[in-house]
Write a protein that binds this ligand. Sequence first.
Ligand code: FES
Length: 91
Amino acid sequence: MRVEANVERGTAVTIIVDGAAVPAFAGETVATAMLASERLDFRADTAGQPRGLYCNMGTCSECLVTLVASGRRVRACLTEVQDGLEVATRG
Ligand code: FES
């Protein structure tokens, strides 16, 4: 959940995760938006097991997601949301 008290948020935006709308605020990372919406699976390992956020600072790459528009894999913990940004957790 997000901290609610004494926090100034950016503009409300929506990202798309695996085809579903996920609310976010400008300035947040994709990881923050996913966690706030209780999406804990960010990718699958080579055995198909779910992997999730670990370091939250760009070091471990456990949070890799795919940008649907470009096919690039990015670290969700370092990628800032943009309204309409579409990501996939598999692929
Ligand atoms: S959680 Fe470790 S790089 Fe994103």
